[in-house]
Design a protein around this ligand. Structure first.
Ligand code: NAD
Length: 477
């Protein structure tokens, strides 16, 4: 795998089935976070470009919805196959663009995206249905034209989670990538162009959230906005969309807690949490970034966490042995460093990492950092850090463990460890989150994923994700 050198310059937007020159000259750079060099350049769509993309989607949508479901499923499958065919070169682009270590990127950035397209193609073939409800027949129709706004941390995968079900359901799309990681979504647009969807069914507009994103969220011709990103931007999107009564789904941040009960496997829980927290340098919404443990087992847990985190040495993401890559930008690095400073200032005990660990000279690296004696009132226990920082919180009983795990504004994921699965489920029932991992249970791509509280609403994956893009209609006989 190589470092991509010459900047990849994209000058056009994909609108109405054509590569069109934007009406503005504005561009922005994509920076390789491991080298701090320019990796690519993208255009910034003007408001006229966004309007043109929405208009194209509005015209295309009814025709796309009228195509046989098998045809739409086939198109979705061919997109997955087209991405898969790009193999190593697409993986290389993702590693250069996001900085995710190669071994993790292969699974979480590349294969995960391919699989979403293939899974949705299978699902939609099976799930086209209508229901009899007494004297009525209920059918499910596509919601219409959808605006999809995605973040940079898993750009292709996050886009796949929206694009695949939207297309399969019969919606037309205007996709807005993050201005920090756009290049892999140009690759998606190229694949879609190659397979030849009807013009206007898929459109991509690039640029900054405050301009392009807000225009989409406020656009009166969109029937739905599906947004993944921060709670701050999510609130803004929902407020803008509300003006037109546009349906929204919001996949926002997280502050996942691992809850180790007194009979749980401390070593396995520590390993699982460290992998979740430090993978992708902590830039994962679903990550377990807190470890809530019985005070009597604190020393044992700290030892296990230290042993597991020793592998996370910052290094070049292109190398197969690297487990900890850079953060996405200098700005993010500064934010994460400020959280570490706040942890120290508020009295948390540094167990590993911190600000004095030697790091590669270039690149936006932060060392894998573990704090213990973290108290719920501390900033590092409350806010989503989005960097490789783990907070260990000691508690005296299960009630306190639940209170601490529950005690943040977020509600995306949690993990519970106990020798007794029923005890673990009893704890899980008290947590207002979208999913609970019990004793390191295997990832299930058909299960719903999404949040509660400030982590948002709506679900992605499997039939739950598909249903977000459908609306029921009742015929009474
Ligand atoms: P972000 O909110 O800054 O940006 C996300 C997307 O929204 C980008 O495309 C951005 O350009 C756009 N955007 C920004 N401001 C906007 C606005 N005012 N109006 C419309 N669009 C706007 O988030 P980010 O930094 O790209 O991603 C990190 C955040 O995303 C974290 O909080 C993370 O937890 C969250 N996230 C959530 C999930 C999930 O499924 N729950 C998945 C990945 C990331």
């Amino acid at each position: 795998m190589t470092r991509l050198a010459a900047p990849l310059a994209y000058e056009r937007l994909y609108i109405d089935g054509k590569w069109l020159s934007p009406t503005s000259q504005a561009t922005s750079d994509i920076i390789n976070p491991a080298t701090e060099e320019i990796l690519g350049r993208i255009p910034a769509a003007s408001s006229d470009d966004v309007d043109a993309a929405v208009r194209a989607a509005v015209v295309a949508q009814p025709g796309w919805a009228a195509r046989p479901v098998s045809e739409r499923a086939d198109a979705v499958r061919r997109i997955g196959d087209g991405l898969a065919a790009r193999g190593e070169s697409l993986l290389e682009l993702l590693v250069n663009e996001v900085g995710t270590p190669r071994s993790l990127a292969q699974v979480m950035q590349f294969q995960s995206a391919v699989d979403v397209f293939r899974d949705v193609a299978d699902l939609v073939t099976e799930s086209q249905r209508e229901e009899q409800v007494l004297n009525s027949v209920v059918t499910y129709e596509p919601i219409g034209v959808v605006g999809l706004i995605v973040p940079w941390n898993y750009p292709l995968y996050q886009a796949a989670l929206k694009v695949a079900p939207a297309l399969a359901a019969g919606c037309a799309i205007v996709l807005k990538p993050s201005a920090l990681a756009t290049l892999s979504l140009y690759a998606l647009a190229e694949v879609i162009d190659e397979i030849g969807l009807p013009p206007g069914v898929f459109n991509i507009v690039t640029g900054r959230g405050a301009a392009v994103g807000e225009q989409l969220a406020a656009h009166p011709s969109l029937d739905m906005i599906s947004f993944t990103g921060s709670p701050t931007a999510g609130r803004r999107v929902a407020a803008l969309a509300a003006q037109n009564i546009t349906r929204t789904t919001l996949e926002l941040g997280g502050k996942g807690a691992t809850v180790l009960l007194d009979d749980g496997d401390a070593v396995a829980a520590a390993r699982h949490t460290v992998r979740s927290c430090f993978g992708n340098a902590g830039q994962t919404c679903a990550a377990m970034t807190r470890l809530v443990v019985p005070r009597s087992r604190l020393a044992e847990v700290e030892d296990a966490v230290l042993a597991a985190s020793a592998e996370y040495v910052a290094g070049d993401p292109l190398l197969p042995e690297t487990k900890l890559g850079p953060l996405i930008s200098a700005e993010r690095r500064e934010k994460v460093r400020a959280y570490i400073t706040a942890g120290l200032a508020q009295g948390a005990r540094l167990v590993a990492g911190g600000l004095d660990v030697p790091l590669p000279e270039r690149g936006y690296y932060v060392a894998a950092t573990v704090f213990s004696d973290v108290e719920p009132r501390m900033t590092i226990a409350q806010e989503e850090i989005f960097g490789p920082v783990l907070a260990i919180e000691a508690v005296d009983d299960v009630e306190e463990a639940v209170r601490v795990a529950e005690g943040t504004p977020y509600g995306l994921t949690a993990s519970v460890w106990s020798a007794d699965v029923e005890r673990a489920r009893a704890v899980g029932r008290q947590l207002r989150v979208g999913s609970v991992n019990v004793n390191g249970g295997k990832f299930n791509p058909s299960a719903p994923f999404g949040g509660r509280k400030d982590s948002g609403y709506g679900r992605e994956r499997g039939r739950f994700g598909l249903e977000e893009y459908l609306t029921p209609k009742a015929y009474h006989f």
